[in-house]
Design a protein around this ligand. Structure first.
Ligand code: SAH
Ligand code: SF4
Ligand code: F3S
Length: 485
């Protein structure tokens, strides 16, 4: 029997609706027919593994992919020994790409023994032209390849991959509409990421994100509040608002809204107890945002404020639109309003043209600010970015040596900051039973520090006052305190 007739007979319209998200719900239903078929044949549900390789935005996308798969009848699994494996890739640094090529080798071997298996690749790396070409030439065992702009079409594409032999490739150069109201399967029942914007317009000279994620687009405040409300009703107490540069949220909306105004609205949602966000670009961080954070009871006292370099000369070449002094005075202003705030950052070492003097400027900022923690990266040349063709690429050995010196400074500064918190009682959101020691639960303070303390699994998802007893660098051991805080 022709597949289409069969679907018709089972109650689906012969033609998919043109409107989204209705169209995708139609294809979820069609995928469900495939999974039911599988279940009849194998006596079990098919297993799907969505493997996330990127940032928090990718992680949220993976939850959406998982939501679609769960609705289509898949059993979700963490193991790549599954009937469907989806790699949601990242390409921010070269090593992210290498990881994908490496793992594909293993998947190929597994698929040879399990020929019914399907492999799908999506995410930022797929938006790079050379990648798709290489897949088509040498990785023919991959069934489905799609990008960042059409991720909402996953059900439709998966259905095509079931119906059609050979690799299905669908990559869009530009972003289309923002499709709301598709299912998502959260990793944690009590906390969730919420996209507030997509893409990036900043074109920092080293960064590939604007090329693979497209231009900046903000979701409407109404859609965001509705999603946060639904999450709260579903037991979520902490939301993380996600965007490449949340401080420029809302600028391009028909009725512009500032990020601080959005935060004020989200704060009103009952049931939400903690609000986090990332990432904040220093050039767009407003006084209004600092005031809003300072008077809020729900916005966490943590700001991730990527520095990238402490040298004004390098910052200019990076196209960051602030210099060393501006960064330092921003930090002063933030700490005046919120002395207890935790500041974390990202730093790149070995940007083209970086001299020892430039590097020492970075170390100087690290010493002066005293970050609570910092992600440090070796500069990675990304084809297509303007830094890739800059002169003065720093030799690997020099960059690596600077990197270890920087790491030492960062660790010194952060253990001093963390050490000063010992003895305090802080609210901790218990996130999971400790993997190494089941008598402990592991949670996070508002300032994002991790705390392990004696407790049982019924605490997970609850905010508990904890006395910090011992500092281990970037995490603490504590014990539940009875004190009211
Ligand atoms: N939108 C965020 C960062 C997104 S990428 C921001 O503007 O801060 C996360 C981090 O990866 C960046 O902050 C930067 O430190 C690092 N990064 C980006 N491109 C890189 C490259 N080519 N080499 C090394 N690190 C890079
Ligand atoms: Fe990349 Fe800069 Fe955009 Fe961040 S702000 S995503 S570093 S271009
Ligand atoms: Fe994130 Fe990597 Fe893409 S950092 S936006 S997953 S390139």
């Amino acid at each position: 029997m022709d597949q289409k007739t069969e679907f018709c007979g089972a109650g689906l319209q012969p033609q998919p609706p043109a409107q989204e998200p209705e169209r995708q719900y139609y294809f979820i239903e069609r995928c469900r027919r495939h999974t039911e078929e599988f279940e009849k044949r194998h006596g079990r549900k098919p297993k799907a593994c969505v493997f996330n390789m990127g940032c928090q935005m990718n992680a949220r996308d993976s939850e959406k992919l998982s939501g679609i798969l769960a609705s289509a009848g898949y059993e979700l699994s963490d193991s790549e020994e599954a009937d469907l494996v989806v790699y949601n890739t990242c390409t921010v640094r070269e090593n992210a790409n290498n990881k994908v090529w490496g793992r594909l080798g293993y998947l190929n071997a597994y698929k040879k023994k399990h020929p019914h298996m399907k492999i799908a690749l999506c995410g930022c790396m797929m938006q790079e032209p050379g990648v798709v070409r290489r897949l088509q030439e040498s990785y023919r065992f991959v069934d489905l390849v799609f990008g960042t702009h059409n991720i909402y079409k996953f059900a439709e594409l998966l259905d095509t991959a079931f119906e059609q032999d050979g690799m299905v490739v669908d990559i869009w150069e530009d972003a289309g509409e923002i499709v709301e109201d598709l299912p998502a399967e959260r990793k944690y029942p009590f906390k969730s990421g919420v996209n507030i914007m997509f893409g990036c317009d900043n074109f920092c000279s080293y960064c590939i994100v604007p090329y693979v994620r497209g231009r900046e687009r903000s979701r409407s405040p109404k859609d965001i509040i509705r999603e946060v409300g639904r999450l709260a009703a579903d037991g979520v107490v902490e939301v993380m608002l996600l965007g490449q540069n949340v401080n420029s949220y809302g600028k391009n909306l028909e009725e512009p809204v500032t990020f601080a105004e959005l935060l004020t609205e989200i704060e009103k949602v009952e049931g939400i107890e903690r609000i986090r966000f990332m990432t904040s670009h220093p050039k767009d961080l407003s006084d209004e945002l600092i005031r809003t954070m300072a008077r809020s009871k729900k916005i966490c006292r943590h700001l991730h404020l990527p520095l990238q370099s402490g040298s004004s000369r390098i910052l200019k070449a990076m196209n960051r639109h602030y210099d060393k002094e501006q960064y330092l005075s921003l930090v002063r202003k933030i700490r005046e309003e919120m002395p207890d705030i935790a500041l974390t950052t990202d730093i790149i070492v070995g940007f083209p043209g970086e001299t020892e003097e430039d590097f020492l400027e970075t170390v100087d900022v690290v010493k002066r600010v005293g970050f609570d923690s910092a992600f440090t990266f070796l500069y990675s040349k990304r084809t297509g970015t303007s830094a890739a063709s800059m002169e003065g690429q720093v030799p690997d050995g020099v960059a690596k040596e600077r990197f270890s010196r920087l790491l030492e400074e960062v660790q010194r500064a952060s253990s001093k900051r963390a050490g000063a918190l010992v003895g305090q009682v802080a609210p901790v959101l218990a996130e999971e039973v400790n993997e190494q020691d089941a008598s402990l639960v592991t949670g996070r303070m508002g300032n994002n520090y991790i705390v392990h303390f004696p407790g049982t699994k019924d605490l997970v998802g609850k905010i508990v006052p904890v006395r910090l007893r011992e500092c281990k660098g970037f995490y603490f051991y504590g014990e539940a305190a009875c004190t009211h805080i």
